[in-house]
Design a protein around this ligand. Structure first.
Ligand code: HEC
Ligand code: HEC
Length: 207
């Protein structure tokens, strides 16, 4: 009985994992051929019309509380679509959006936005740069990279709006169930609020 119950619970997650692996393979296949890549980016741009309303035409978001998708890492985005759709990342609007996209749409949209250029958000003083960089290099760069660009599975956080970064770090602090299973839950517990503000202002100024 217990076994049956566990199987019922685990089957959906196994299916999602397979689906995600398939999308990662589709993405790699498109990247392996310049012609297929170009075709995917063009299809993604067309399919992303509705996304641009909030995330901007080139993926540089229109509002400070919405993330940029420009230059975001493609496989990280595929994982987020999956997490939104399953509710592991809890945002009701993005959940509806993600559910409307089939695997091919997700791959093409991820290729389109990741191919766009992110614009730095703000100019900051040399003093703010020194202070922010110190916190970033000590506590964040080990995973997010020295330039904040992340890698395939770790998000780019450079040039995100400071307000979105702060809102997100607050979610890890106070509503961890909204972004479950994240290494960030441990990170925020040792990051002071003052350092959080300093490092997010710094990040928004990066290219
Ligand atoms: C009404 C505004 C709106 C629209 C339209 C919209 N989004 Fe979003 N999107 C958001 C917000 C707000 C968030 C942040 C959610 C959170 O805090 O978890 C987000 C988050 C995301 C993320 C996660 C980014 C990250 O840095 O982790 C991805 C990927 C994404 N959206 C893709 C899309 C795609 C693709 C579409 C179109 C199919 C779309 N969005 C349409 C508002 C929007
Ligand atoms: C141990 C590795 C690790 C370290 C160290 C780390 N991060 Fe992260 N971070 C991640 C991973 C993995 C994710 C993506 C998973 C998720 O959704 O939480 C992430 C996600 C984020 C996000 C959400 C990005 C988005 O687009 O929604 C922000 C903001 C962030 N990290 C900021 C920071 C800051 C600031 C620091 C330093 C104080 C830091 N991280 C240190 C691994 C790390």
């Amino acid at each position: 009985m217990r076994y049956i119950l566990l199987s019922v619970l685990f089957v959906p997650f196994t299916l999602y994992a397979d689906e995600l692996a398939k999308m990662n393979t589709m993405l790699d296949a498109r990247r392996a051929s310049p012609a297929l890549l170009e075709e995917g980016i063009a299809a993604g741009e067309e399919r992303a019309a509705v996304c641009m309303f909030c995330h901007g035409e080139t993926g540089n978001s229109r509002r400070d509380n919405i993330p940029n998708l420009a230059a975001q890492n493609a496989k990280y985005m595929l994982k987020q679509f999956e997490m939104f759709a399953t509710g592991q990342r809890d945002n009701s609007f993005m959940r509806e959006q993600a559910k409307k996209l089939n695997s091919e749409d997700r791959v093409n949209i991820a290729l389109f936005f990741s191919s766009q250029k992110a614009k730095p958000r703000s100019e900051i003083s040399p003093d703010q740069t020194t202070k922010g960089s110190k916190i970033f290099m000590a506590q964040c760069s080990g995973c997010h990279g020295k330039d904040g660009h992340g890698n395939e599975m770790i998000p780019r956080i450079a040039s995100q709006p400071a307000r979105y970064l702060n809102k997100t770090l607050d979610i890890y602090r106070t509503e961890p169930e909204k972004r479950s299973a994240s290494p960030m839950l441990g990170i925020v517990s040792t990051l002071s609020k003052a350092d959080q503000v300093t490092v997010t202002v710094y990040l928004s100024s990066l290219r």
